[in-house]
Design a protein. Structure first.
Length: 140
């Protein structure tokens, strides 16, 4: 799941950090372009993973952690989309990370918003507009 979300196997990747007004932590967008058929295959793996993964453990900058994951209804964008939240408890409070992942043709776009002690959001209007732009660019 992390490999797909962070585009570790993409042929081309562009990432942008987004600073939210009144946000504690920045969010971000990653656009990843894949060779023919690879984005569809990876997205199918992501959908399977989000449907079956509910808790996982890892090591972060502050040490070991356990995260709980919950899927949510994604926005209507691109060819297919998934949305999920990852929750964990850190010294500063409850960590809540929202991820919206959208496939449009051979591009997978990942939108992330992170908060501690608050519920993060990501506006869906820009996601839909960007999906349309990605579609238009691939159709040329």
């Amino acid at each position: 799941m992390h490999d797909i979300r962070h585009a570790t196997t993409a042929s081309t990747v562009v990432s942008q950090v987004i600073s939210w007004k009144d946000g504690i932590y920045p969010g971000g967008v990653t656009l990843a372009s894949y060779d023919d058929g690879e984005a569809e295959r990876l997205f199918a793996e992501l959908k399977r993973a989000t449907g079956s993964c509910h808790t996982y453990k890892g090591d972060g900058w502050t040490g070991a952690y356990t995260s709980t994951m919950k899927t949510q209804k994604p926005p209507e964008a691109g060819d297919e989309a998934v949305q999920f939240r990852e929750y964990s408890t850190v010294d500063a409070g409850k960590r809540d990370e929202l991820s919206i992942v959208v496939r449009t043709g051979s591009v997978i776009a990942t939108y992330v918003s992170l908060e501690i002690g608050r519920t993060p959001t990501f506006p869906t209007g820009p996601i839909s507009k960007q999906s349309e732009r990605i579609r238009d660019a691939q159709d040329k």
